[in-house]
Design a protein around this ligand. Structure first.
Ligand SMILES: [Mg+2]
Length: 369
């Protein structure tokens, strides 16, 4: 199966409402699609979501770099995923979101060639229903409580709350949400690096009585000493997100004993190949993982669900990005209900999802042959 051509498309989808976290606000998903055409007639598709303030990538940069990466692969085997991804890594460090779209398209192709759904190609089984949480943007406590109440009424079984300091306001946010939704539904927190080390410990201690599952990325990404200190002094388990991109970060976090959980996102790990390596490190270390998202459509989220079904160490699911989009450009793929229930409902080969043709902007497509 030789790669004959690669098409690169920008994919822009407006969000229903602006999404606000401590690092910034977005109003549109501005994603990138990679379509790999082979001499077998099979076509594979991958998607990524650049998030400049987290993964350092912008759509403009991705569109400039993607053809350079694509040219490395023309005429080469689509079977050799390890070799192909090493070629990208040898040319260019980082850019893991962009690389993940290439990786995803190769996995799609290989599973299609094997005539298997991707989870089966990865050795998994479709025996779990995944319940995604729903994320509450950071804002005024009362507004956040109203948003959380809406999601509970829609049937979500867990709520993820974005926090951003200062201490008094974060405590008020959680108090208001708990007052509105009661004490039973688990809450997950995400500070997106907003706190200092001492503020993180103070806040997490104050929030202990509120039935909190875990807290993502309390302090500046990469401050593993700080993260380790927070973990040692927090009554709430700590999840590494922006501090965990690829498998090298995973092993450092384990060596430092700096977190209780990993949050794997394909647009951080560099795709499925490295997500599998992170999952192996987690399993060997006795850690469980969450999977998360940026602003992917159901295409990349379906690929992520296939990965989850292949690795039991993934036990928490944050898959709500397609629910934030104002429209669904995807055909086939995961059935993601309005209450967060995610299921692979058909056994189509590969990812089993494609972008509807009308959403592929042929005028802006970059064709590499
Ligand atoms: Mg996070």
């Amino acid at each position: 199966m030789k790669i004959r051509g690669i098409n690169i498309y920008p994919l822009e989808v407006p969000l229903s409402d602006p999404f606000v976290i401590s690092l910034g606000t977005i109003t549109h998903a501005r994603n990138l699609l990679v379509e790999i055409i082979t001499d077998t007639g099979l076509i594979g598709m991958g998607e990524c979501s650049p998030y400049s303030f987290i993964n350092g990538e912008l759509p403009e940069g991705q569109l400039a770099i993607a053809p350079v990466l694509a040219r490395l692969w023309i005429g080469k085997s689509a079977f050799e995923i390890e070799n192909r991804m090493a070629e990208l890594d040898d040319l260019l460090i980082g850019n893991l979101a962009l690389k993940s779209a290439f990786d995803m398209a190769l996995y799609d192709l290989n599973a299609r060639y094997a005539k298997m759904p991707l989870y089966r190609f990865l050795g998994g089984s479709n025996d779990r229903i995944l319940w995604s949480d729903r994320t509450v943007s950071v804002g005024e406590p009362e507004k956040m409580a109203i948003e959380a109440t809406k999601y509970i009424k829609e049937g979500f079984q867990s709520i993820k709350v974005k926090l951003a300091g200062p201490f008094e306001v974060d405590v008020k946010r959680i108090e208001a949400i708990r007052k509105a939704i009661g004490s039973e539904t688990p809450l997950r927190l995400d500070a997106n690096q907003a706190w200092s080390v001492s503020e993180a410990v103070r806040t997490l201690r104050a929030l202990q009585p509120y039935n909190i599952e875990h807290c993502e990325e309390p302090v500046q990404a990469g401050d593993l000493m700080g993260l380790q200190f927070v973990r040692q002094n927090s009554p709430i388990p700590i999840m590494a997100d922006e501090s965990l991109f690829d498998h090298r970060d995973a092993i450092r976090l384990v060596q430092m004993q700096a977190c209780d959980y990993f949050n794997i996102k394909l647009s951080k790990s560099g795709g499925i190949s490295k997500a599998l390596k992170i999952a192996a490190i987690a399993e060997a270390s006795g850690l469980h993982c969450q999977v998360g998202c940026f602003s992917e459509t159901r295409l990349a989220i379906t690929a992520l669900v296939h990965f989850v079904l292949a690795r039991k160490t993934v036990a928490h699911y944050d898959l709500d990005s397609p629910l934030m989009l104002s429209l669904d450009p995807v055909e086939g793929g995961v059935d993601l209900s309005a209450n967060g229930r995610a299921m692979i409902v058909n056994d189509e080969h590969g990812i089993g999802a494609t972008i509807k043709r009308e959403f592929l902007n042929h005028e802006q497509c970059i064709e590499v042959t």
